[in-house]
Design a protein around this ligand. Structure first.
Ligand code: ATP
Ligand code: MG
Length: 205
């Protein structure tokens, strides 16, 4: 008898820092697509030391752990962090496919802004063969644009891409970093544990 495939979501991001927008999208997609779990995958540190631009991987990893630890369906992977330099999504998907063979179906979760750039992703056609993509609405990015863009993709790939409307939260890591730098409040934009962590390590000052 054929074994039922598991369904894993992959939520990629810089998570600098992780915030409630990310968490709401991941949880909503998990529910809608009946996922067994969502694996948060913080990106590796950029190759040239631009630590001024992106907080160290270890910080981003720990914040992502803190934010997700209370959800039994959420996990954090160090796969991209433990690779040197930037890892392309295609390389991550190939690694995951090798690890889980055909036992798992992958759903790559992105916001509308990232999907609009899908055509610039390395080997986007191959990515679509290895996983389904779920693109969530994001305030400020037009879902209409997103659907227009999908039409440009060829027929075979279309069914690999799904869109989902999630409770819209106009939260971004850029805004949070800006707020911290300017001594403004970040309460409720991200979990309290992450807020305390940012204070402890004086990030984004
Ligand atoms: P930055 O401002 O530094 O780019 P960000 O808030 O966009 O940070 P990322 O780590 O770049 O966060 O995003 C990871 C993924 O989460 C991307 O696919 C992005 O589109 C999605 N995302 C981030 N914030 C939201 C949000 N508020 N609503 C929906 N999707 C989001
Ligand atoms: Mg972003």
């Amino acid at each position: 008898m054929e074994k039922k495939k598991k369904r894993y979501g992959i939520m990629g991001g810089t998570f600098d820092p992780i915030h409630t927008g990310h968490l709401v999208v991941a949880e909503e997609v998990r529910q809608e697509f009946n996922l067994d779990k969502v694996i948060f995958m913080p990106t590796g540190d950029p190759p040239h030391k631009s630590s001024k631009e992106v907080a160290l991987g270890q910080y981003r990893y720990e914040m992502t752990l803190l934010a997700t630890v209370t959800n039994p369906f959420f996990e954090v992977s160090r796969l991209e962090l433990d690779r040197k330099g930037t890892t392309y999504t295609i390389d991550t998907m190939i690694t995951l496919k090798e690890k889980y063979k055909d036992d798992v179906e992958f759903y790559f979760i992105t916001g509308a802004d990232s999907l609009l750039e899908l055509h610039t992703w390395k080997d986007s056609d191959k990515i679509l063969e290895l996983c389904k993509i779920v693109a969530a609405t994001r305030p400020g990015y037009d879902l209409g644009d997103m659907e227009e863009r999908l039409k440009e993709l060829n027929e075979d790939n279309k069914e690999s891409i799904n869109t989902i409307t999630t409770p819209g939260l106009q939260i971004s890591s850029t805004d949070i970093r800006h707020r911290v730098k300017n001594g403004m409040t970040i309460k409720y934009l991200l979990p309290e544990s992450v807020e305390v962590y940012i204070e402890k390590y004086k990030l984004y000052k």
